[in-house]
Design a protein around this ligand. Structure first.
Ligand code: DGL
Length: 258
């Protein structure tokens, strides 16, 4: 693995969801070069077994490391749950940034808030998630809500479609009594549905996601290792996907004003 400060940052996800993280990275470090890899041919990950997800994630990350990436952002809560610990142990000197549901800021956002955590089935059933939830269990009331179909709608690139709205209205119907204070978007695909969820649950509901924190942490890790690109110019983004048809959709979603 050969890389230096001019090498690209790789960003990986099961599909187009990690673009929500790429947007935050690019905003924070616009002079860096990025390779965005979405594994849409194998999406969704969240309904697969942990072993399957780990194998797919490790394969994607190692391919990008081979190509000289200086860091890999695993822009997927599900892939982070399944593979980040394994990758960090295998490559202890390499920078892997993971994503995890933003329970802490949500728990601290009010007086014992009622927090709805939307994520994939895999993320919500992992011990890693239960451990995280246990840390803040005395500060908030958490409700786990798996939303696997939402990943499929967003993967289709047809944002705010009638089917997506009907699905969200159905799964959110037990929570429209105004008692939910906060929503954690614990899947990187879901910020693309934030406005729609807000319309259903009401204006007072606050939203939390891990992408900004992950971008800040990525910058810090690069800085610590002297790997920040000092070039004074706009960086490039190479969009790649295991399903060729998703490349144009990915570009469109990068600029989506949602
Ligand atoms: N974007 C992924 C996450 O953050 C999950 C999507 C999938 O199920 O493939 O968890």
């Amino acid at each position: 693995m050969k890389y230096n400060s001019k090498s690209p940052i790789a960003v990986v996800d099961s599909g187009v969801g990690g673009i929500t993280v790429l947007r935050k990275l690019y905003k924070l470090m616009p002079n860096e070069d990025y390779i965005y890899f979405g594994d849409s041919a194998n999406a969704p990950y969240g309904v697969k077994t942990k072993d399957e997800i780990r194998n797919l994630t490790v394969k994607a990350c190692e391919a990008l490391m081979e190509r000289g990436a200086k860091a890999v952002v695993i822009a997927c809560n599900t892939a982070t749950s399944a593979a980040a610990a394994y990758l960090r142990e295998k490559y202890p000197d390499f920078i892997f940034i993971g994503l995890e549901p933003a329970l802490k800021p949500a728990a601290l956002s009010g007086e014992n808030p009622k927090v709805l955590v939307l994520a994939t089935p895999l993320t919500l059933k992992e011990e890693k998630f239960d451990n995280l939830m246990a840390k803040f269990a005395d500060r908030a009331e958490f409700i786990k809500l798996p939303a696997p179909e939402l990943v499929r709608f967003i993967e289709g690139g047809n944002l705010d479609s009638e089917e997506e709205i009907a699905y969200l209205e159905k799964i959110l119907s037990p929570y429209t009594d105004g008692r939910v204070d906060a929503v954690v978007l614990g899947c990187t695909h879901f910020p693309f549905a934030r406005k729609c969820i807000q319309r259903i649950l009401g204006e007072k509901v606050q939203f939390f996601e891990g992408s900004k924190g992950a971008a800040n942490y990525c910058k810090l890790c690069l800085e610590e290792k002297g790997l920040l690109n000092s070039a004074d110019r706009e960086g490039s983004i190479s969009f790649e996907n295991s399903d060729e048809n998703k490349i144009e959709i990915s570009k469109k979603m990068f600029y989506y004003k949602g």
